[in-house]
Design a protein. Structure first.
Length: 293
């Protein structure tokens, strides 16, 4: 077949070929437009990062970059091929892109911590290459907030350690006034909490209220009290931690926690700004177990 002018999107079609690398090399040698864009702003590198099913994507990515395809070109969603490669955990591809990336996207670490594979290695590589450890989302979350909010897995603690060692602020408040520590506590991540407590001194005064939201309330609150959390802290409406427990515990299961808080010094008769005590709330909700010895 002889053609004087290749279709502008021909390389994006080649991304679906079985013999991708061979087809790309042929088309590039024949003058295919390396800078072509899809309607959503994706470049050929975006397409390869999204759809290439195996290690052949590394060879093609190198070929495209060498031919002049930009790994930092944004699509209409503001994402670069580097973002996609990082999100897929493609270490070798990211490593090959980084020398060309004179300035990494400010949000690249948020992509790295959410990688499907190789999370720890990806985060460490991006940090080593100068990723912004102090970057925040629109609501003020830093990377640690995001990691703490993810479902806890065996890699979370290791990533937390890498981020803190690199200088990410464990006690930085987001727009809701909550730190990454608050998030770890409210999610009930005991192993992370135990590891980061030495770096979180003094504890935020309202940290027990985050503990009251944890799925494993009793365990979290006990750990916080043992670490010196302020048992007498109150919210702006005058609620104590006992008020919060009475408000949010769904049934009589709060007895163990109530006993723990009272033993630690929390007052069951302290009034909030509405004149209500924790006892008022318990009675109004029919929590009969609080009367048990």
């Amino acid at each position: 077949m002889v053609t004087t002018s290749l279709p502008p999107d021909i390389l994006c079609t080649a991304a679906k070929a079985h013999n991708q690398a061979e087809m790309f090399k042929l088309l590039i040698d024949k003058g295919a437009n390396i800078h072509a864009r899809m309607s959503n702003g994706d470049s050929v590198l975006h397409v390869i990062m999204k759809h290439s099913p195996n290690n052949s994507s590394l060879e093609i990515a190198k070929m495209l970059i060498k031919a002049g395809c930009d790994p930092l070109m944004c699509n209409s969603s503001g994402k670069t091929p580097l973002h996609i490669a990082a999100s897929r955990g493609h270490l070798s591809i990211v490593e090959d892109m980084l020398p060309i990336a004179t300035s990494l996207p400010s949000d690249i670490l948020f992509t790295g911590v959410g990688a499907i594979n190789n999370q720890v290695e990806m985060v460490q590589m991006l940090i080593d290459k100068g990723a912004d450890i102090h970057a925040c989302t629109y609501d003020g979350d830093n990377v640690l907030h995001v990691v703490m909010g993810h479902s806890h897995n065996s890699f979370s603690l290791e990533i937390v350690k890498v981020l803190i060692e690199a200088g990410c602020n464990l006690l930085m408040c987001n727009s809701s006034g909550e730190t990454p520590l608050h998030t770890a506590v409210s999610e009930g991540h005991i192993s992370i909490m135990e590891d980061i407590f030495p770096m979180a001194t003094p504890l935020p005064p309202d940290i027990l209220f985050a503990g009251a939201r944890a799925p494993n309330q009793a365990e979290v609150l006990k750990l916080l009290i043992d670490k010196g959390a302020d048992i007498h802290a109150c919210m702006s409406n005058g609620d104590s931690v006992l008020h919060a427990i009475m408000e949010h515990s769904p049934n009589n299961s709060s007895l163990e926690i109530v006993k723990m808080l009272i033993k630690a010094g929390c007052d069951p008769l302290i009034c909030n700004s509405s004149g209500k005590t924790p006892l008022h709330i318990a009675v109004s909700r029919g929590y009969t177990s609080i009367w048990e010895p």
